[in-house]
Design a protein around this ligand. Structure first.
Ligand code: GLU
Length: 501
């Protein structure tokens, strides 16, 4: 039975790298008919941020990643918020103390600082390890009675793991393969503090064990902690889960970890949703991305399907997913590609769906149109847009006549005969009953042919007076949509404004 967990700490908005970790856990769980667990790791009270937990729930929900067991869902191994499991960890810390694999340490911050300075002045980094612990103030150096007295009288302490010296710690990572680390490079990490709270390492291992986690799938930044975690499993005598450490998400130039600053600089979000607290941050949802497009894009940042196929629904991702196809090297984030994914998902929507979304945008601008009118516009511009909000840029001239005419276009395209041509076109359209695109096209083309007008001049002049510049969808589509009255009014206004130019 596969059981995996996403174990974020509520310290701020969830980075898209975190969402990708959640996604891979979810895909792996679904693929193996397993269970996807959401555990909130909030033991570090100093880093707790109000609103962050809610943000995590909402982000997963938006992405369609349904949690099987968690804070809100409940489940047989709860509670799923570590601060509510406080009472559990102490006994496990004590188990290690009893075994001699952990010890109390009473060193004050000043004493530790002095040691650090001493090491640094000798050009070394300070590690509280086997060569240091013997001269520090801890239960290994103090008489037992004194240790007991200190603990009982409430002197501040931490419980440290007693990392053995000079052994080779060997383990496997599904993505990175076999790894060997010499324990002498590791320090005696703090597992428990006298405030009654475990550190990340202890709580994480105990909970993964108690929650029967089979696979730990998490970011590469936790790989350095893995030797300690492996040792903790051994000390407890527990079977360790399998580990898979995911590659980093890199900046667009591939140099270093993707950060909020990169997004701010280059104009893309690095968070799934808008973050409204303190230093605000933009989100993919509010930027107009569809969750399907966002999830599809994220899935391919680090995992490859083994073919060059790029478009996958969540179910298709589940079907194709495997940890073996996760890349070792970092995944470069490409903001242009992100937009491309949304563009593709736009093409999969019906005109009606796009029109419904666009109607909301128009409402905020004070325009109210029937849905069938907007569906026509959606059909005209859908291939050029990556977001529904782009529809406004592509179609704004449909909703109000030009206030000015593009100078350069006028200079290049407005000819002496333009007013005469437009007057003739206005005359023909004035008597045209059927205002379908095909019908107005036929009428106007016949006129141009009969009078021997220059087709380019006619089309450019018409576009200039209807749009104000030389852009937009097919001119006959524009005329058909505007209708007789509006088309004639724009032609007349244009002639008046540009006459003599
Ligand atoms: N709480 C850790 C984090 O915020 C979890 C790491 C893990 O999955 O073990 O990333």
């Amino acid at each position: 039975m596969v059981r995996v967990r996403f174990a974020p700490s509520p310290t701020g908005p969830l980075h898209i790298g975190g969402v990708r970790t959640a996604l891979y856990n979810y895909l792996f769980a679904r693929k193996n008919n397993g269970t996807f667990i959401l555990r909130i790791e909030d033991t570090d009270q100093t880093r707790y941020v109000e609103g962050a937990e809610e943000y995590i729930f909402e982000s997963l929900e938006w992405c369609g990643l349904k949690v099987d067991e968690g804070v809100r869902e409940g489940g047989p191994y709860g509670p799923y918020r570590q601060s509510e499991r406080k009472g559990i960890y102490r006994e496990y810390a004590e188990m290690l103390l009893k075994k001699g694999d952990a010890y109390y340490a009473f060193d004050t911050p000043e004493e530790l600082e002095n040691e650090r300075k001493r090491a640094e002045s000798g050009g070394e980094t300070f590690l509280y390890n086997s060569s240091v612990r013997d001269r520090m103030k801890n239960s290994l150096t103090l008489p037992e009675a004194e240790t007991l007295k200190k603990v009982e009288t409430g002197e501040p302490y931490v419980i440290r793991y007693r990392m053995p010296a000079g052994i080779q710690i060997e383990f496997d990572d599904i993505i990175r393969g076999h790894i060997t680390v010499n324990s002498s490079t590791l320090d005696d990490k703090v597992l428990f503090k006298s405030d009654g709270m475990p550190t990340y390492h202890l709580a994480n291992i105990v909970d993964d064990h108690l929650m029967k986690i089979t696979h730990v799938i998490r970011g590469e930044e936790w790989l350095p902690s893995l030797p300690l975690h492996v040792m903790l499993y051994r000390s407890f005598g527990w079977e360790a889960p399998l580990f898979a450490h995911l590659p980093l998400l890199l900046k667009p130039d591939g140099k270093g970890k993707l950060s909020k600053r990169d997004g701010d600089k280059m104009g893309f979000p690095v968070f799934p949703l808008y973050w409204p607290y303190g230093e605000t941050a933009r989100g993919y949802r509010e930027d107009g991305y569809y969750p399907e497009a966002f999830v599809n894009m994220l899935a391919l940042l680090g995992w490859n399907p083994g073919t060059d196929r790029e478009i996958f629904s969540l179910d298709e991702l589940v079907a194709g997913f495997s940890l073996e196809r996760i890349n070792k090297s970092g995944a470069r984030f490409d903001p242009v590609k992100a937009k491309w994914f949304n563009h593709i998902y736009i093409q999969r929507k019906t005109n009606n769906q796009l029109a419904m979304e666009f109607r909301e945008i128009l409402r905020t601008k004070g325009y109210h149109y029937d849905i069938n009118r907007l569906e026509i516009l959606a059909g005209l511009v859908r291939e050029r847009i990556s977001f529904v909000k782009d529809m406004w840029d592509e179609t704004s001239f449909f909703f109000s006549p030009p206030e000015a005419y593009n100078e350069e276009a006028v200079r290049k395209r407005w000819k002496e005969e333009s007013p005469a041509i437009l007057n003739d076109i206005a005359g023909v359209l004035g008597t045209t009953e059927d205002f379908s695109t095909e019908s107005v096209e036929e009428k106007i083309k016949n006129l141009i042919a009969a009078k021997g007008y220059n087709n380019g001049t006619a089309m450019h002049s018409l576009r200039l007076v209807l749009v104000g510049e030389l852009r937009g969808p097919g001119i006959f589509d524009i005329i058909s949509w505007l209708g007789r009255e509006e088309t004639l009014s724009r032609i007349n206004r244009g002639i008046e404004a540009l006459q003599g130019r």
